[in-house]
Design a protein around this ligand. Structure first.
Ligand code: IMP
Ligand code: MG
Length: 176
């Protein structure tokens, strides 16, 4: 990790995150007990959080993944979202819970919510590990939120900078 920037202090450990997944998972288990749930994880950032949430929801559900990205590089997103890998399951009539790593501008999730609604999902909600409300542009919010963070560039626990740091088993941030 030497030449790719310096990381700050640990914000949340994997124990903190697992505990939160357990708490939200119980709530989701209750909220979706009479529904037809598909958990849809967003690649690649949400992989660790998806694995945590899957194991903490005690329902007969399906799981899938989608990969979406907004044009443009660097640390900011544009409003132009493209689907790079679509879900394999038919979402029509299903209750979709998107498992996301972080809501920043909200552009990606706004697009994904509309995308599933247009494919006749019965409902579309969001479970995000992190929420960065200070940077919100699109009118979108998390229904289940792990932790709210300040305007920092977060890495670790699935989140990357230039495809690095995803493997860190905790949440930290890049020093400016
Ligand atoms: P959006 O700006 O809400 O559309 O966020 C799009 C995506 O950008 C998120 O799903 C993340 O994958 C990525 N992203 C946003 N903020 C951060 C961050 O602080 N660290 C790492 N990735 C981020
Ligand atoms: Mg993402």
């Amino acid at each position: 990790m030497s030449d790719s920037g310096t990381v700050g202090t640990i914000l949340y450990t994997q124990e903190d995150i697992w505990e939160k997944a357990n708490e939200l998972g119980k709530q989701i288990t209750e909220d979706y007990k009479d529904k037809d749930l598909i958990l849809i994880g967003t690649l690649r950032g949400a992989v660790m959080w998806m694995a945590d949430m899957m194991r903490n929801i005690d329902l007969d559900m399906q799981i899938d993944f989608i990969s979406a990205s907004s044009y443009g590089g660097g640390t900011t997103s544009s409003g132009n979202v493209v689907i790079k890998m679509d879900v394999g399951l038919d979402v029509s009539g299903k209750d979709i819970l998107i498992i996301e790593d972080i809501i920043d501008s909200g552009n990606t999730l706004k697009y994904l919510k509309d995308y599933f609604k247009n494919r006749n999902a019965a409902s579309v909600k969001i479970c995000t590990l992190l929420d960065k409300p200070s940077r919100r542009v699109a009118d979108v919010y998390g229904d289940y939120i792990g932790f709210t963070v300040d305007d920092l560039f977060i890495v670790g626990y699935g989140l990357d900078y230039d495809q690095k740091y995803r493997n860190l088993p905790y949440i930290t941030y890049l020093e400016a």
